[in-house]
Design a binder for this molecule. Structure first.
Ligand SMILES: NC(=O)c1ccc[n+]([C@@H]2O[C@H](COP(=O)([O-])OP(=O)(O)OC[C@H]3O[C@@H](n4cnc5c(N)ncnc54)[C@H](OP(=O)(O)O)[C@@H]3O)[C@@H](O)[C@H]2O)c1
Length: 181
């Protein structure tokens, strides 16, 4: 018997909700972590593989324990992270012991105010054979200027991050940052 693909998604009820739904459509088990994770179920396919974990990234120790409980001793092989800085540092720390040896971690970076490439330290927990990939959220062109990305575009970029081993990925464009909406 093959084990189901299992992915931990932190912050999966906002712009990453379409990604959570797509992963469920593919038959994956999705461990969705947020303060109100049940919001991920709205519009989701009823596969029975959505595991909701209520936790706050401002309380990382509890967040780690809650994920550990949800995965019941299995190792996390894939994680998709949307976590506001600086809370991401605590999240990396508590995820570290839960991750498999060759785990893939994709972290999204976005901000409407500051060029997101500037606020992106490289976490130390994901040395090879683990893979750490950052996906920087940029903006898209319209006929008359630029706009921010939609949730579907962001989710598509996040899923590409799980597939594509390029360590630094950009959704939309970021150059020049002064073109942002
Ligand atoms: N570049 C672009 O095109 C683009 C487009 C859209 C957004 N953005 C950027 O992305 C950001 C959007 O931020 P947002 O927070 O509004 O995103 P969001 O898509 O609403 O996501 C917030 C997610 O994080 C979870 N969350 C929030 N606080 C949490 C906490 N303390 N602990 C655990 N989970 C938490 C939320 O669930 P709960 O509330 O239930 O915890 C939700 O799942 C902005 O900085 C914006 O500039 C960029």
């Amino acid at each position: 018997m093959t084990t189901a693909r299992e992915i931990v998604v932190i912050g999966g009820t906002g712009m990453l909700r379409p990604a959570v739904h797509e992963l469920l459509h593919t038959g994956a088990r999705v461990v969705c972590v947020a303060r109100r994770p049940e919001r991920a179920a709205v519009g989701a396919p009823d596969t029975g593989e959505l595991v909701t974990v209520p936790a706050d990234w401002a309380a990382p120790r509890h967040l780690g324990e809650a994920i550990s409980h949800a995965i019941a001793g299995r190792r996390v092989d894939e994680a998709l992270l949307w976590v506001h800085t600086p809370y991401d540092e605590g999240v990396h720390e508590v995820l570290d012991p839960l991750l498999g040896e060759g785990a893939t971690v994709v972290q999204l970076w976005g901000s409407s105010g500051v060029d997101p490439r500037r606020s992106r330290p490289h976490p130390t927990q994901y040395a090879p054979p683990r893979s750490y990939r950052s996906v920087v959220l940029g903006f898209a062109d319209t006929g008359r200027g630029t706009r921010w990305l939609t949730n579907h575009e962001i989710s598509a970029a996040a899923l590409r991050g799980l597939r594509d081993n390029e360590p630094q990925q950009i959704a939309g464009r970021v150059e020049p940052w002064s073109d942002r909406p």
